[in-house]
Design a protein around this ligand. Structure first.
Ligand code: HQG
Length: 187
């Protein structure tokens, strides 16, 4: 296996256990989504997925979306966003940029226009600060469709926005009135 595909495999393993199913390898996330690095390495080893500290360092450092972070002491690790298990990431609400973007697939457009953006299986609706990232998110579902979100207006109206350590903006929902289909700027 090439080094790149090995790193992708490690990243997927970490995403799965740090976002969705820590219990499968006997881990329990601490508040904030943290887990002790030693516990993670031991759990991986015990479940036939040997992982060394230096491999972990490399995944965290080189991950294309900066999906994981160590804490200040580098003894704990967490996924920055994307969880489906109930976890309080302990993020502070922040003032978002005037507009944000969301990339999705064609099949979802009609329903999103009618119902707005909903968080589905995740904790939050994920929004991107730039078009490129939104396109990449949408491309997972074929030809991407971009929505522009009037985030400043939502914020003024009391919606809470959070920004994860890797630059993803998070919000509970985006009602249809704050959505523009396409990459327009709000009037
Ligand atoms: C759609 C990945 C119909 C929404 C990505 C999305 C991102 C609706 C899907 C991160 C809807 C949920 C998050 C509605 C929302 N009707 N469809 N009313 N409201 N949807 O994967 O934002 O690689 O949970 O458009 O790159 O696609 O995992 O969210 O298509 O950063 O790190 O429901 O996950 O990052 O899908 O992706 P997801 P997302 P990672």
């Amino acid at each position: 296996m090439s080094e790149t595909s090995h790193l992708i495999k490690l990243s997927k393993y970490l995403s799965y256990h740090l976002r969705h199913n820590p219990g499968e390898i006997g881990l329990k996330l601490e508040p904030g989504g943290w887990v002790a690095v030693e516990a993670l390495l031991a759990a991986a080893q015990a479940h036939q997925f040997p992982l060394t500290r230096s491999q972990l360092d490399l995944v965290v450092e080189t991950n294309n979306k900066q999906r994981f972070s160590f804490d200040a002491t580098r003894t704990r690790i967490r996924a920055n966003q994307g969880h489906s298990i109930p976890i309080d990431l302990q993020l502070e609400p922040r003032c978002p940029p005037d507009i944000l973007y969301h990339g999705t697939g064609h099949h979802a457009v009609e329903s999103i226009l009618a119902q707005g953006l909903q968080k589905r299986a995740r904790h939050h609706v994920h929004l991107s600060p730039n078009l490129d990232t939104a396109r990449q998110v949408g491309m997972r579902q074929g030809k991407p469709v971009i929505f522009t979100i009037k985030s400043a207006e939502m914020h003024q109206n009391g919606y809470l926005f959070y920004s994860s350590d890797n630059g993803v903006w998070l919000v509970d929902e985006v009602p249809p009135e704050y959505l523009i289909l396409g990459k327009n700027k709000p009037q």
